[in-house]
Design a protein around this ligand. Structure first.
Ligand SMILES: Nc1ncnc2c1ncn2[C@@H]1O[C@H](COP(=O)(O)OP(=O)(O)O)[C@@H](O)[C@H]1O
Ligand SMILES: [Mg+2]
Length: 284
């Protein structure tokens, strides 16, 4: 992290490696990794404050890091997701366990990634033990309905600029209910239904993201969104770029170029820290 930030009245500054930068960038494509989240958001906000075009705002990126808030935004937009609960007291747990349909149920750390912090509690006693343990450590944890119809598989839908580029189905290889590639799941190209395409676009739009990796699970009653990722990893052998055979990085850059042109025409209000759908610019 070689960035420095100067917040001076009327003269916002960004330094990289000791040198002042900022005025000469046309577009920022934020790809902020986990250890640098907070500082990364700060740098991104500084670019926004300097009126530099960003493909996605710090506000949207922050939303994605917070699974509970993400679900609240999805709910507001009528996007399907598993029933989710959050509680702070022992009494609250009972209510929430009922709300999510009883055990087996999913317990999830609010800010986990790569499957770490996602548990399947087989009965209510185990669920309460997890909840009380996490509470002792002051961890923000949520309960979620267990989507059992196709457990162990999920689908990553790649969205760029309001269009679905493709989908990758991930399947766990060892009976794990979690389909994270980081845990050994294998990917293959998914044949997406129109409904899956529609809800994925709606999910990305609900989060105000122009570039998103929307994760959904299939259920007998249709797709259910479990997560929306802002900086999706697409470069490994089991990941989207290789499997779809598409230059996704190139598409993102093409989108940024068109997005910048739209920004210069005054389309999209990029400086407000609020959810504003990205400009509809078709990827090439
Ligand atoms: N409600 C659920 N029901 C069944 N399986 C789930 C549920 N939520 C998550 N999973 C499984 O666990 C994996 C990890 O959960 P996810 O919410 O994506 O967390 P992470 O951010 O750690 O990837 C998912 O890819 C999916 O396979
Ligand atoms: Mg995930």
């Amino acid at each position: 992290m070689k960035f420095g930030i100067g917040i001076c009245p009327d003269d916002p500054r960004i330094y990289y490696d000791g040198k002042r930068v900022g005025d000469d960038y046309d577009a920022i494509i934020p790809r902020i990794d986990l250890p640098h989240t907070d500082f990364g958001f700060m740098v991104l906000r500084q670019f926004q404050a300097m009126d530099t075009y960003v493909t996605d705002t710090a506000y949207s990126l922050e939303l994605c890091r917070d699974k509970m808030r993400c679900m609240q935004y999805l709910m507001r937009q009528g996007v399907p997701f598993p029933t989710t609960g959050f509680a702070h007291s022992k009494e609250g747990y009972d209510k929430m366990i009922k709300t999510v349909g009883g055990a087996p149920l999913i317990i999830k750390l609010n800010e986990g990634t790569e499957g770490i912090g996602v548990f399947l509690a087989k009965d209510e006693k185990v669920a309460k033990n997890y909840l009380q343990t996490f509470q002792q450590f002051d961890a923000k944890v949520m309960l979620q309905e267990f989507l059992s119809d196709y457990a162990g598989t999920d689908i990553r839908v790649v969205v760029i600029g309001g269009e679905v580029i493709g989908g990758i189905m991930r399947e766990s290889q060892d009976g794990d209910f979690r389909a994270n590639v980081a845990l050994g799941a294998k990917g293959k190209v998914a044949d997406l239904s129109q409904e899956e395409i529609d809800v994925s676009l709606k999910a990305a739009e609900a989060m105000g993201l122009s570039m998103a990796g929307v994760d959904l699970m299939r259920t007998k009653s249709g797709p259910s969104i479990i997560e929306v990722n802002s900086a999706q990893d697409f470069t490994g052998p089991d990941l989207a770029e290789a499997l779809l055979g598409i230059d996704l990085a190139g598409m993102m850059i093409e989108f940024a170029v068109k997005g910048k042109e739209a920004f210069d025409r005054g389309e999209g209000v990029w400086l407000r820290d609020d959810i504003i759908p990205p400009p509809k610019v078709a990827p090439v």
